[in-house]
Design a protein around this ligand. Structure first.
Ligand code: AMP
Ligand code: MN
Ligand code: MN
Ligand code: MN
Length: 297
């Protein structure tokens, strides 16, 4: 549970100076690979005690076309999680407090969606070359008109009995270095950051510890990200060890950029924490929301 003290600059259902204000700035709805409708996600976040939630679906803003933010006591912060390529690594960038209607942002999203569609065809083809049946049509149906991602392939592999569970699907077919791990086609990091900035948003380097980079490479990534206009590092992402928090907090200090936190909630399975389910940001870091102007509403 995050207990963030002090004033926040966003209007919240509870007063700014409430003792425990919980910002969860990374989560997924069924507009990407999450399980819940955006309204149900807000409801669940409210039940978990979250005050402000960013729905940050992979390469899509579709949640913002159907969410009823006024029906919730949780303040919704419009966001997105972009896939990008840095060197040979698949890196994610979260955009927060964006204007979902921004034409430049929407054009960027369309570009990513074309990449995602092409990539899904490529993943299916690669799996066929490994002796599996062609599953493209079934996977697109599972994705339900939304963008196809590897978890949708995993669902199909499990439901047809090709593997026993999602873990095995990633271990054998979809995870790093496996045939379904296709990283080509994403927009470069500076371009993705630019789309977020054009939409008035803040670019956050998502879960930097998950790329398994050496310290030297991690610093190079953070520096390039900052130089491209990135404003924060996700110092806390879901439940994580104090070592990881310390390492990322130091990166935020060294780079002189703000810190973000979020659950990366997808569903109530074992892999993800619940909304708000993560340790607090270290006290001396600048929380990313304190860089946002106060809005009156
Ligand atoms: P994609 O956007 O198609 O590259 O898929 C990436 C998504 O797959 C991540 O956002 C996670 O939701 C999910 N994922 C990645 N690795 C695993 C894993 N080992 N087990 C289950 N889900 C995973
Ligand atoms: Mn995901
Ligand atoms: Mn991610
Ligand atoms: Mn995510």
């Amino acid at each position: 549970m995050s207990h963030i003290r002090g004033r926040s600059l966003l209007p919240l259902a509870r007063p700014y100076n409430a003792r425990d204000v919980i910002f969860d700035l990374h989560s997924h709805s069924d507009a990407s690979d999450g399980a819940l409708h955006p309204d149900a996600l807000l409801q669940h976040a409210a039940e978990c005690g979250v005050d402000a939630l960013a729905i940050t679906d992979h390469d899509t803003l579709a949640a913002y076309d159907r969410v009823d933010a006024d029906a919730s006591t949780v303040r919704l912060i419009p966001g997105i999680e972009f896939s990008t390529t840095w060197r040979k690594y698949g890196v994610h960038v979260v955009g927060l407090n964006v204007d979902p209607a921004c034409a430049k942002l929407r054009r960027g999203v369309e570009r990513q969606q074309r990449s995602r569609a092409k990539r899904a065809r490529l993943i299916a083809k690669r799996l066929v070359s490994k002796g599996l049946p062609d599953m493209l049509d079934d996977v697109l149906e599972i994705a339900g008109g939304e963008l196809a991602s590897r978890p949708h392939f995993a669902q199909h592999l499990v439901s047809t009995g090709i593997v026993k569970d999602t873990r095995a699907a990633f271990r054998q077919y979809l995870g790093a270095g496996k045939p379904g791990d296709v990283r080509h086609g994403w927009a470069p990091l500076p371009e993705v950051v630019q789309w977020i900035l054009e939409a008035g948003g803040t670019a956050v380097l998502a879960h930097p510890a998950k790329y398994r980079l050496t310290n030297t490479k991690l610093r190079a990534l953070a520096k390039e990200f900052r130089d491209a206009g990135g404003a924060a590092i996700e110092v806390v992402c879901g439940p994580q060890s104090p070592n990881t928090t310390n390492r990322l907090a130091q990166l935020s200090r060294d780079m002189g950029i703000a810190a973000s936190c979020g659950s990366d909630f997808h569903d109530n399975g074992n892999r993800w924490s619940r909304p708000g389910g993560f340790p607090p940001l270290p006290d001396d870091l600048q929380p990313v929301w304190t860089t946002w102007p106060t809005r009156s509403s």
